[in-house]
Design a protein around this ligand. Structure first.
Ligand code: ZN
Length: 323
């Protein structure tokens, strides 16, 4: 890739817009339109991350790292230069589209009582959590109209998978959660297939940047498990979106020494427990310290909390977890 192509990519993806799309928000402004905020690259407690939108550069006074949007992606996603370019090119294609979709679905959530009722039924109540996870609702039959009105072509909508080949919204009656470069939709109707993703990679571990520096991490299967744990005050939680981890997720877990509490579903047929044991073996071979958390028979973390379990009881399960 030549210099010009690189410069074009950087102009097309302004650093500030990219950061904001990754949940970064400035805490205060400095002179010459520069911004300070918490650093997304290390565990930051006072704003030490400087962004200069004019020059498209960042610098962190805490961890001493800085550079352009490509450098940011390398550090944030822990990928090589060429992988960072690929991610940015992919983001340039679908990023703005997904962002607009997520915002649209967030607005729909409070307009549909059946969606809010479903969240309550799954134990999701806290407005802070809904905001933190950017939870939305796809009623169906309205996204295509909205996005084409914003200027997106039907071809682009079909390519991302937001609209089906026959032209209908792909997500119908689903609670939606944005992932990096994808969108997870959980059906609120018992007759539809429960899970839906866009035809792209499920990406890395959910919310990894926020737990990366924790010495102890709790790993769960589903976003509703993540949600109830976060709501109960556990911030060192991440989610694999299933009990099979892709190569990127495995690499993320193994990037530093840490203790991992694998908390998969305790299903009747034992498939969650089997997947947990296999994952534990794989990770141990790669030098990680792992614990298997045993939930009561037939439970996942979501049902555990919904049926009266509390933070203290879950903490007890973590302490009793065996290698
Ligand atoms: Zn930093």
């Amino acid at each position: 890739m030549n210099r010009q192509t690189l410069d074009d990519l950087k102009t097309q993806i302004p650093l500030l817009r990219f950061l904001q799309a990754h949940h970064w928000s400035p805490a205060r402004s400095l002179s010459r339109d520069r911004w300070m905020g918490l650093c997304p690259l290390h565990e930051d407690h006072k704003p030490s991350f400087l962004v200069d939108p004019q020059r498209n550069l960042f610098y962190c006074y805490g961890c001493g790292r800085g550079g352009d949007v490509i450098r940011f992606v390398e550090l944030y996603h822990q990928v090589t230069f060429s992988q960072a370019l690929a991610l940015l090119q992919q983001w340039r294609g679908t990023g703005p589209l997904l962002q607009q979709t997520v915002r649209f679905y967030q607005v729909q959530l409070n307009r549909h009582s059946e969606a809010v009722a479903y969240l309550h039924q799954r134990g999701v109540r806290s407005p802070q959590l809904i905001e933190h996870m950017q939870i939305g609702y796809a009623p169906g039959g309205c996204l295509r109209g909205w996005l084409t009105q914003l200027g997106h072509s039907l071809t682009a909508l079909r390519q991302t998978g937001l609209v089906t080949g026959s032209g209908y919204d792909a997500y119908v009656h689903r609670i939606v959660f944005p992932l990096e470069g994808n969108l997870y939709g959980r059906s609120i109707s018992p007759t539809a297939p429960p899970h839906r993703f866009l035809p792209a990679s499920k990406g890395g571990l959910y919310g990894w940047a926020q737990v990366q520096s924790c010495p102890e991490v709790v790993l769960v299967e589903g976003l509703f498990d993540y949600a109830v744990l976060w709501q109960a005050g556990f911030r060192n939680v991440t989610c694999a979106l299933g009990n099979y981890l892709n190569a990127r997720q495995l690499e993320q877990l193994c990037d530093a020494p840490r203790t991992l509490y694998i908390t998969f579903d305790s299903d009747g047929n034992g498939s969650g427990q089997k997947a947990a044991r296999e994952l534990s073996q794989t990770l141990r071979q790669r030098g990680l310290d792992t614990r298997l958390v045993r939930l009561p028979e037939g439970h996942d973390p979501n049902s555990f909390f919904r049926q009266g379990g509390d933070a203290q009881q879950f903490q007890q399960l973590l302490e009793e977890a065996e290698p």
